[in-house]
Write a protein that binds this ligand. Structure first.
Ligand code: AMP
Length: 119
């Protein structure tokens, strides 16, 4: 059975402008904003505006054009981070995906820790 997208998730509310975000980038299909609970000096979340639950859902159900556009935007934002960056995306319970709207975490701004914590 395929999981249903939950319209009440916090990122859907940010896309619908029901709740605010600290915006970094926006275009017709994509939104990027600062994580409310940053785990690095720079911690940005990049999301497609379309309703995809996770990376899995996005890759299976989106078009090649959407995938390429999304990751080009991720790269554009990542390229502004001096000194390197880390990309993370969580899928499913074992990865502790909390918000069920596909998102990429973009971390940087200083030396990043290893993978002993959540990241
Ligand atoms: P994940 O565990 O991959 O689902 O990560 C969800 C991320 O969303 C966490 O890092 C949260 O801190 C972040 N988050 C939750 N609510 C908000 C919000 N309103 N604005 C910005 N980031 C949020």
């Amino acid at each position: 059975m395929t999981a249903q997208y939950n319209e009440n998730n916090v990122f859907a509310k940010i896309i619908n402008e029901e709740i605010p975000c600290n915006k970094v980038y926006e275009d017709e299909n994509t939104l990027a904003f600062h994580d409310i609970n940053p785990l690095a000096k720079i911690h940005i979340l990049v999301i497609p505006k379309a309703r995809y639950i996770s990376f899995n859902d996005f890759i299976i159900h989106s078009s090649t054009t959407e995938i390429v556009h999304f990751f080009k935007v991720v790269h554009k934002i990542a390229s502004t981070i001096v000194g390197g960056y880390r990309l993370i995306t969580n899928h499913g319970a074992n990865a502790e995906q909390i918000v069920p709207h596909f998102h990429v975490h973009l971390l940087g701004g200083g030396k990043l820790s290893g993978f002993s914590g959540k990241f």
